[in-house]
Design a protein around this ligand. Sequence first.
Ligand SMILES: Nc1ncnc2c1ncn2[C@@H]1O[C@H](COP(=O)(O)OP(=O)(O)OP(=O)(O)O)[C@@H](O)[C@H]1O
Ligand SMILES: [Mg+2]
Length: 510
Amino acid sequence: MQEGLNNTASETPLLKLENISKRFPGVSALYRVDFDLREGEVHVLFGENGAGKSTLINIVAGALRPTAGRILYRGKEMYFPNVHSARKIGVHAVFQEFSLIPQLTVTQNLFLGVEKGRYGFLEKKKMHQQAQEILDRLGFELDPRKKIIYLTRAEQQMVEIAKVFGADLSVLILDEPTASLTEKETERLFALIAQARNNNVGIIYITHRMGELKRISDRITILRDGHYIATVKTDNVTDNELVELMTGRVIDQIFPTIEYNPTETILSVHDITTADNSVNNVSVEFKKGEIVGMAGLVGSGKSKVMRACFGIEDIKSGKIIFEGNELTHVTPAKMLDMGMFYIPPDRRNEGLVMMRNVRENITLAALPLLKLSLYSMFLKRKNERELALDLSQRLNLQPLKTERSVDLFSGGNQQKALLAKVLTRNTKLFIFDEPTVGVDVGTRVAIYEFLAELCQQGAAIVLISSDLPEILNLTNRAYVFYRGYLRAELRDEEITEQNVLFHFFEQEAA
Ligand SMILES: Nc1ncnc2c1ncn2[C@@H]1O[C@H](COP(=O)(O)OP(=O)(O)OP(=O)(O)O)[C@@H](O)[C@H]1O
Ligand SMILES: [Mg+2]
């Protein structure tokens, strides 16, 4: 901890932002926003995708310069030309998009950016030891000698968190830190946050998850379209009030009423085991006109089963039958042709080409189809444009600029671009893997309605989700997985929180 932090119960906030504005070419991301952070509080930033949350914390952390406005730290005006200058006074951030260097080890990444000389004399072994100590203290099971490229997204997230908790903290910023963590890791993180809070650290926390926000925050500041809306005490506000402040409208029903009409089986999987044994002897089947949930903890195999069906996970044994035909060699290209579409959760690594614009990303999967069209080049292009615009509009892409490069959009809006891709093909079976990660409540409603519509039109839908309310409210049948095994199949009224959770945590795999 920094000196003098513990007994300064002063009136001056730890951090105060006044009239902060930020303009990007063609977009006003923040307009005259005020914000203050006290010592020892968890202050949540809440707002729809693209509201300006990440932009604001990037300014506080020195990663972006404001176009106008002042930053006061303990009453003194500060200017952060870069991340390093903010770190010097104890302002550290875990950003939404990671900043690790993939080719380096966990240890090297942990000590990166630490002033030269301080660790310069340490040999490798000692550094690994220190890294191990940090990880142990945080309760993260990670090998410090491993290179970042070999880590899962959740593990990379842990390294990011370890980086900041290893530092002298005065302001801690976390941008959707739990998006890829398991329950256990999330609990660890919350304990660490509580500890930092007791040490008078001020914490800015961004999340779209209501439960989480209610649990850990003291105050909430709501942003909408780059504008400051309100700051409220967490104890004094209801979920509905929060959603209304965030969206500016009343949302009375988050989950739609869906009419399921299961007809013929489109995909059946018999006794499959993946090459890495992460899935063992699993048999499942899916029918047109239904939404089937795949539930279970991270690593339970719920996602891998479907990835295997799409040809991105190797299979050791078992049978896959699609529309009555047994498939011998499964590849994504072949499955796309046959009418199956898998929408991955990791938009950055698997889903989108970040440097291309939204139109290109949306129509990429449809290219083989467009080529078949008899229209001239010119017309084709026009269709592509219209198609992209249409779909973006439907999913409420913000801003609605399809010629804009994907990496310039906020996290949640990138997710919308990924979903729009799905609609370009004639698809019979949709596999959605965590479709609402990082997506705000308003857009969730749009995505849920979209799933309902697809189902009612007779498509088969598989919904892989770690969000229990989604499984409970959107599916007519659910498979629950535990450590690579199928544990249960639940139908209609059987799909209750109690039933699903019971199988999540069942102790012994048969
Ligand atoms: N580098 C950039 N260049 C241009 N525009 C940007 C850039 N970064 C962000 N924006 C725009 O600024 C606005 C605010 O984005 P920001 O990332 O702060 O949103 P957010 O509230 O964090 O959203 P999410 O919940 O989706 O992460 C968006 O309209 C976004 O497209
Ligand atoms: Mg963001």
